[in-house]
Design a protein around this ligand. Structure first.
Ligand SMILES: *Cc1c(COP(=O)(O)O)cnc(C)c1O
Length: 872
């Protein structure tokens, strides 16, 4: 029979070991080795059975055993010590506390998914893991961040395979009471106050109510909204059922809840805890973009309400938007009528619905004006925006250039902050142990990656082997389990005990399976791959994993093709596909692989972070120059798979790039891994025969170089510091200026913007001339440029007039541009003005210049902000 209701009874721990409850609820254990070891030591067997979940572990220890533990003085002392350590971690000043009083008092970080630990499966891939790493690094650095997201009843799906290798999805329902979460309640004497509920109106008089769960990620609270509450009708209860489950209205309602409900949840949290109000709102991907509308609604509904444009100016000033994908399918687009339908229900009663619709409208070249684009809204609601790697910045500036017509792509105000990974989460404990043992805890704490050079080659190589051995063992276990799920009997599965060889070059490939990541590129020439796997002297072995989106049959077909290849008895000992890629698998996979393979269609990988996780474990990257690798590959830290040029057709492109991959593996990667001693052995039967003395010195030097150089560069600490310095602090400053003195600056900016937008269509550069250049100009000549501009109702202070000059291409396109501002020289009457300035001719060859005008105001963060420009 089935239970009609299910709940988890939380264990009341005996007094002496009661702090274990706090240690289990604060997710710092997920990256704090000592706390994990403490839990494991309570009962090793139950720890394994609980899949390393402290809450489930505590729930499964019997009363008697708990009492026994509580009378074990040595253990009680360790518990007290761990609790004191956690308290210290939660309260001591860290990096951020050294920044001084004007650093933002609080930053709200919104994301549709958070991947913190496998115990809280609320992520599908890179975006979620990144958000989790962002919170963890914020905690380590003392950044006062609050995360905001949704609590999905079934999280993302669990993947298994049918006998025929077709992906099967299951959605085990989570019980929030059994998760490391605390329900937010109204204050009461005994802590059993009513759950806090936030609510949004829906069409037809319905309501969307949600409770708020708090996860503690070290010092950072993460608020998760949950619509599965009794006050909702069934449809509303199901809104937070799954991550990226439905499309259309279902997805839209999730996003309304995340953005608008998220701001409401923050406000309640502030009220209950006395936390300062966020001074910066960080939207990750378009999904959370409605937060900007909720904030505008707040500003338009006070006792002294702001107008739409004033509220927009005030809200934008403190908002940061991060775009995480250059793949159009990764961006949510709704029908404009759908948006109207929901906003007509009174979601933001003081905000004109037309204004909301304008925010997401694709009213630019190549756009579809009937569509509401969440990324476009995100960009319009945020004064600051960024991509997630340098190349992704370039691609995003081009992709969204339609919003800033007339500007060069390089001037589009989207910067970039390259992603990073949370080192304590992703580095194998044996690597940090080696570092501690050889250089002390100080060096570990200081992140002295350069000390990698001081480790002996033998130690590095021995550790790499240990890591590979652990992976091989994990793979055998998982593969057997996967085959049993596919319906095989034990008797058929003897071969899985000897799958993979701990001395063979091990290559990993694991990530979501959208088409652009090209899971099956390696199968382009199956015979060639087979030969690489079965090479007599330099064999390779491959460990592959990844989930396809449930609605993506092309992705599932790729998985099927791959798995069918791995089923072949001739190669199945050297290539495996592991179902259900998740954080737990990843933590063994990255350290255990010698090489991390990545072959997306350039430039569709925004950043990619799995290669970073591999790098901090001393795996070498073999990747297309896309995302982070494009900026960090240096010739000695791995290999670059060349990209076919743009005129190649998609199939030609795959052929060319796959051939390049095989070639690299065969001629560079494998020989180097096996070192010269092995390849010199004529007719050696296999690599296992090379003794431990056979350290491949060139390979090991690449490992050391990777650790020393990439370690600090790919760390989430570096990423977070970049966000704080280049985005959060400037956004908080703009935000404060905007609201100071009863929104004086926001009001001024709004009025000025309206004036400028109205006047702009009449603004004309009437005439430009230059004086001072003879028939044959020379380097060192000065050129005086005069620009006659009809400003009509605007004044010279409202604009910036710029001369841009440089090398002129045959097409008249300017390259290597320098810009200089011209100054207002004379009021010519009737709204006409002369601007002038001089430029130095500093190059030979063809030289050109042009004059441009754009609006200028101290509250603007960039000259392109309003998207207004007049080019001569
Ligand atoms: C790091 C990670 C990802 C993201 O990997 P990409 O290389 O960015 O695609 C996805 N899933 C898991 C479990 C990860 O650990």
């Amino acid at each position: 029979m089935k239970a009609i209701r299910r709940f988890t009874v939380r264990t009341l721990l005996p007094e002496p070991i009661r702090p274990l409850a706090r240690l289990a609820t604060n997710l710092r254990w997920s990256w704090h080795r000592a706390t994990r070891e403490l839990f494991a030591s309570l009962d090793q067997e139950l720890w394994e059975e609980s899949h390393h979940d402290p809450i489930s572990l505590l729930g499964s220890i019997s009363r008697d055993q708990l009492d026994q533990l509580a009378s074990n003085n040595e253990l009680v002392e360790r518990v007290q010590h761990a609790a004191a350590d956690l308290d210290r971690y939660l309260s001591e000043p860290r990096w951020y506390q050294g920044l001084g009083p004007d650093a933002p008092a609080c930053i709200a970080y919104f994301s549709p998914e958070f991947g913190i630990t496998e115990v809280l499966p609320q992520y599908s891939g890179g975006l979620g893991i990144l958000a989790g790493d962002h919170l963890k690094a914020a905690s380590d650095l003392g950044v006062p961040l609050i995360g905001v997201g949704l609590l999905y009843q079934a999280g993302y799906f669990k993947q298994s395979l049918s006998r025929d290798a077709w992906q099967q999805e299951t959605y085990p329902v989570l019980d929030p009471d059994g998760l490391p979460l605390t329900l937010l309640r109204e204050p009461s004497e005994d802590g059993t106050g009513k759950p806090v509920t936030i609510s949004l109106p829906l069409p037809n008089g319905r309501k969307l109510n949600a409770h708020i769960w708090r996860a503690d990620v070290g010092r950072v609270p993460l608020l998760l909204l949950d619509s599965n509450v009794p006050a909702n009708d069934d449809a509303a209860r199901g809104i937070t059922d799954r991550l990226y489950g439905g499309g259309g209205d279902h997805r839209l309602q999730q996003e309304l809840l995340l953005g608008m409900g998220g701001v409401k949840a923050l406000r309640v949290y502030q009220r209950l805890t006395g936390t300062p109000a966020p001074e910066v709102f960080h939207t990750n991907e378009g999904h959370a973009g409605f937060l900007g509308i909720e904030r505008i609604q707040e500003l338009m509904s006070t006792e002294a309400p702001l107008s739409w444009s004033e509220a927009l100016a005030a809200g934008r000033a403190s908002t940061v938007f991060t775009t995480h994908t250059p793949v159009p399918a990764g961006i949510d687009r709704f029908e404009a009528v759908q948006i109207r339908h929901f906003f007509d229900a009174g979601l933001a009663p003081d905000v004109p619905v037309e204004k909301v619709l304008d925010l997401g409208r694709e009213n630019y070249d190549g756009g579809n004006p009937a569509v509401f684009n969440m990324a476009v809204m995100g960009l319009r609601l945020a004064q600051r925006a960024n991509g997630v790697a340098k190349l992704h910045g370039v691609v995003s500036r081009e992709m969204f250039s339609g919003l800033w017509p007339g500007f060069d792509h390089s001037e589009i105000p989207i910067t970039s902050v390259t992603n990073g990974v949370h080192v304590p989460t992703w580095v194998d404990p044996r690597i940090s142990a080696l570092a501690r043992q050889q250089f002390g805890t100080e060096a570990e704490a200081l992140g002295r990656w350069d000390l990698a050079y001081n480790v002996s080659d033998e130690d590095v190589w021995a550790l790499r082997r240990q890591l590979r051995v652990s992976l091989v063992e994990d793979v055998r276990r998982r593969l057997r389990a996967a085959w049993k799920k596919r319906g095989a009997a034990d008797a058929e599965l003897g071969w899985t005990d000897t799958v993979l060889d701990p001395d063979v070059l091990t290559i990993g490939f694991a990530r979501r399976v959208p088409t652009y990541k090209r899971l099956t590129l390696m199968l382009r020439d199956p015979a060639r791959l087979k030969a690489l796997l079965r090479h007599p002297k330099h064999p390779i072995q491959l460990v592959i994993a990844g989930k396809s989106h449930p609605a993506d049959d092309a992705g599932k077909k790729m998985i099927q093709d791959l798995v069918k290849f791995t089923d072949d008895p001739a190669v199945r000992h050297r290539i495996v596909f592991l179902p259900n890629y998740d954080i737990a698998m990843a933590r063994t996979l990255f350290p255990g692989c010698d090489v991390w393979l990545n072959n997306p269609l350039r430039p569709l990988e925004a950043c990619g972070t799995s290669g970073m996780k591999a790098a901090i474990n001393g795996s070498l990257n073999l990747s297309v120059l896309d995302g982070w690798w494009d900026e960090m590959y240096d010739g000695e830290n791995g290999w670059a798979i060349p990209t076919a040029n743009n005129d190649a057709s998609p199939t030609e492109r795959d052929d060319i790039e796959a051939a390049a991959l095989y070639e690299l593996l065969e001629t560079q990667v494998a020989p180097r891994f096996y070192g010269s001693t092995v390849s010199a052995e004529a007719g050696a039967a296999g690599p296992s025969q090379s003794g431990p003395e056979a350290v491949p010195t060139h390979w090991v030097s690449m490992i050391k170089h990777t650790l020393a150089h990439l370690g600090p560069a790919v760390s989430a600490d570096r990423m977070l510091q970049d966000y704080v310095n280049t985005l959060y602090r400037p956004a908080a400053e703009s935000g404060r200026r905007a609201v100071a003195g009863s929104f004086k600056e926001a009001k001024e900016l709004a009025a000025w913007t309206t004036k400028v937008r109205t006047a702009w269509p009449q603004l004309i550069v009437e005439h430009v001339d230059s004086i001072g250049v003879s028939e044959e100009p020379q380097i060192g000549d000065t050129l005086q440029v005069n620009a006659y501009i009809a400003l009509h109702t605007l004044t010279p202070d409202d604009v910036s007039v710029e001369v841009a000059y440089g090398r002129a291409e045959e097409s008249d396109e300017l390259e290597d541009i320098t810009v200089a501002e011209l100054s207002s020289f004379e009021d010519l009457g009737n709204g006409r003005h002369l601007f002038t300035g001089s430029i130095l001719i500093n190059r030979s060859g063809s030289f050109g210049y042009t004059v441009r005008v754009f609006p200028k105001h101290p509250s603007l963060a960039s000259k392109a902000e309003l998207g207004l420009i007049v080019n001569a």
